[in-house]
Ligand binder design. Structure first.
Ligand code: FPP
Length: 261
């Protein structure tokens, strides 16, 4: 993706001691970077605040992550905002999150317009409250023609349910006679996932030190490099993003093959 180098340099001025833009090769920025935004609740509790304050603070980190991704020239940014399991949280917290998604999206739409960002959602949106669904649809409609970065937000998303849904769609097509069983291959499944048309993530970043995937993009993460930071999501910033990219660029990706094959 094209990047504005002047804006990029200005954005990463005032570097801390241990990391700067010079530590990454800006010609080898990962195409798709994905985030499991974890630790909002613990960030708030550590400050004696209500968990909801952690989610509100998490919005600021997400905004900075969108901007950092645009400045670096990332093609696709994706983030896990609400899982199919998150409905089990206290009703008050679920309500707050749904409202926060809607109000944040309305507030941030100008940023997407300004930066040519196309919105996409991963997950079953039918189960969301009408307010949230309507705002999401507005975001989709208003950014559909943009060809800059794609920002895919996973809401009411679960990877196993996503794969089961793809299997069901394929079974229906086979039953209808529009698809032959021998045409069911990796590509056919990929095309029926919520991420259809997007490249697989090159880099997955998870905050708050947890070493698990939590039912996130299980199919798509097959060859993705992972970076786990102990920072809670509200503390995640552009510098930690650069550290993640530096770590990514230090890895040798072999996709099951051998080096220099
Ligand atoms: C994980 O922290 C975070 C979430 C479940 C929600 C993600 C929401 C945001 C980052 C806020 C804004 C997002 C949008 C799209 C406007 P946690 O609650 O699991 O934290 P814990 O593990 O410390 O309890």
């Amino acid at each position: 993706m094209l990047r504005d180098e002047t804006k990029l340099r200005a954005y990463f001025a005032d570097a801390p001691d241990d990391i700067s833009l010079d530590d990454v090769d800006i010609t080898r920025i990962p195409s798709h970077v994905s985030f499991i935004m974890d630790g909002n609740g613990r960030w708030a509790q550590a400050r004696g605040l209500d968990r909801s304050r952690g989610h509100v603070a998490g919005v600021d980190s997400l905004r900075e992550t969108v901007t950092t991704s645009v400045r670096l020239g990332v093609d696709v940014l994706s983030a896990y905002a609400f899982s199919t399991e998150n409905w089990k949280r206290p009703q008050r917290e679920v309500n707050l999150l749904m409202h926060l998604f809607a109000t944040t999206l309305v507030k941030e739409l100008p940023l997407f317009h300004q930066e040519n960002v196309r919105l996409k959602f991963l997950g079953d949106l039918d189960a969301l409250p009408k307010e949230t669904r309507d705002v999401f649809q507005r975001g989709l409609d208003e950014t559909a023609s943009y060809d800059g970065m794609t920002f895919a937000l996973a809401v009411n998303y679960g990877s196993r349910a996503e794969i089961a849904r793809a299997a069901r769609l394929i079974a229906e097509e086979v039953a209808a006679g529009t698809m032959r069983p021998e045409d069911v291959d990796v590509e056919a499944v990929s095309q029926r996932l919520y991420t259809a048309g997007l490249p697989d993530p090159d880099l997955l970043v998870r905050t708050s030190g947890e070493l698990r995937l939590s039912n996130y993009l299980l199919w798509q993460l097959a060859y993705t490099e992972m970076y786990v930071t102990d920072l809670y999501w509200p503390d995640f910033n552009r510098w930690e993003y650069l550290r993640a990219i530096r770590a990514f660029q230090g890895r040798g990706r072999r996709y099951g093959g051998v080096v220099n094959a």
